[in-house]
Design a protein around this ligand. Structure first.
Ligand code: PLP
Length: 431
């Protein structure tokens, strides 16, 4: 019995229809931008393994940092105790962030980073004696994770329809998804801003917070919006005293070209959610970062105003050691110029691809992320396409009709060029 069929007999995989899915590919090792299967086939990881990997697989500096930390302290309860890796990590992140973002709350993954932000925002108003604020506002097509609170604000992403009945009050506004040469972008932005304005006029006193993935909606299909539009959204929300949560679980740590997407937007949220790239893709860890102003609303002599939330592995020292090492790598000139190189490659090769394959549309690039869509007039099967990408040893995972590249920063210009050429040949042949 092969390892993949033994797996099938035991393991229930995420986002998988187990009845119809192919047997999973057995990966035995990773090195740099490649993953290797049991037959030693090397797959170029163009999606950073669900957007977590920053510096390539099996990065030696991060591996060593985890090893050294494991020899000292693997874990300790984080209520009533603390440790150096957690404090140092937060100090280093704080130095990168605006002074406003000064308080760090740990959890384990992107969904929990969002749950924490939502719960904090809700409880902030409760602690202030404002008991009416029980609604969250989000964008159509946003995705914030699969736990209940996160699902609730990602309810129009298409992933969570079965759970509608269990959701609490929340409102979505339209998202001005845009791309190169989009003639209607201003109209879409205007409509979205009008919707928000109307909502705020009518319901601002019931709104606890607004949540968004700044600049790029990941799971919704790498849908991009313009920074100035988002800045206007934030200004409007500020006028009505609405708390702002930026979910940078995917966009954080250089993906959009800056360390964090909010820097490009030019405004600072009340809550910043980080995970995925936080540890460079080595260990599950998350942070919800907020202001002293929010933090102070939880201080009193009564435990009921405290934030009573935590996870067994909160601030795991190994995760913190990995995150510190990953952050050091991110800030090197080498990585910063690799981020620029990836962006330049997208800007060079994507237009060629679009020109070469007439049935592609809506190309867009933001930092290290490039995306385009297959025209719906052409019959295609995403399953076939995925298989053909794998046959050419490219790890790509289209989101419905959207194909995107979100590679680790270890990828070279030649590897990206080669990937674009292979994608062109597959798509051309496919139709
Ligand atoms: C923007 C965003 N927020 C939250 C999440 C949830 O993260 P996790 O899968 O680690 O729970 C994701 C996952 O893709 C995401 O892209």
């Amino acid at each position: 019995m092969t390892l993949s069929s033994r797996d099938r007999a035991l393991i229930w995989h995420p986002f998988t229809q187990e009845q119809t899915a192919e047997l999973p590919i057995v990966i035995t090792k990773g090195q740099g931008s490649y993953l290797y299967d049991e037959h030693n086939n090397a797959y170029l990881d163009l999606i950073s393994s669900w957007w977590v990997n920053l510096h390539g697989h099996a990065n030696i500096a991060i591996a060593n940092a985890i090893h050294q930390q494991a020899l000292k302290l693997e874990h300790v309860i984080f209520a009533g105790f603390t440790h150096e890796p957690a404090v140092e990590l937060c100090e280093r992140l704080k130095a990168l962030l605006p002074p406003h973002l000064a308080r760090f709350f740990f959890s384990d993954n992107g969904s929990t980073a969002v749950e924490v932000a939502m719960k904090m925002a809700y409880q902030y108003w409760q602690n202030k004696g404002d008991f009416k604020r029980n609604k969250f506002v989000s964008f159509v097509g946003g995705y914030h994770g699969d736990t209940f609170g996160a699902m609730n604000v990602g309810r129009r992403s298409g992933f969570h329809d079965q759970f509608q009945e269990l959701f609490f009050e929340s409102v979505t506004i339209s998202y001005p998804n845009t791309w190169d040469g989009d003639a209607e972008v201003e109209q879409k932005e205007h409509e979205s801003l009008m919707q928000l304005q109307q909502l705020l006029v009518q319901e601002h006193q019931q709104i606890a917070a607004f949540i968004a993935e700044p600049l790029v909606q990941g799971a919704g299909g790498m849908r991009m919006c313009r920074p100035y539009y988002l800045k206007q959204v934030v200004s409007l929300l500020r006028e009505y005293n609405i708390l702002i949560i930026f979910d940078e679980v995917m966009t954080g740590f250089g993906r959009t070209g800056a360390n964090f997407a909010f820097e490009i937007v030019g405004c600072v949220p009340d809550f910043l959610c980080l995970s995925k790239g936080l540890t460079g893709g080595f260990l599950p860890l998350a942070l919800t970062i907020t202001s002293n102003h929010i933090y102070e609303a939880f201080l009193s002599n009564d435990f009921n105003t405290a934030f009573a939330h935590g996870h067994s592995y909160t601030a795991n020292p190994l995760g913190c050691a990995a995150a510190k090492a990953s952050l050091d790598l991110l800030l090197t000139t080498k990585t910063q110029s690799a981020i620029q190189t990836i962006n330049s490659c997208h800007l060079k090769y994507l237009p060629d691809l679009m020109q070469h394959c007439k049935f592609l549309k809506n190309s867009r690039v933001r930092g290290t992320i490039a995306a385009f869509e297959l025209d719906t007039n052409y019959a295609y099967s995403i399953k076939d396409l995925k298989e053909q990408f794998l046959a050419k040893r490219l790890l790509l995972r289209p989101l419905e009709s959207t194909i995107y590249l979100l590679p680790p920063y270890s990828i070279t210009a030649d590897e990206l060029n080669d990937a674009y050429l292979k994608i062109a040949s597959i798509i051309t042949k496919h139709f």
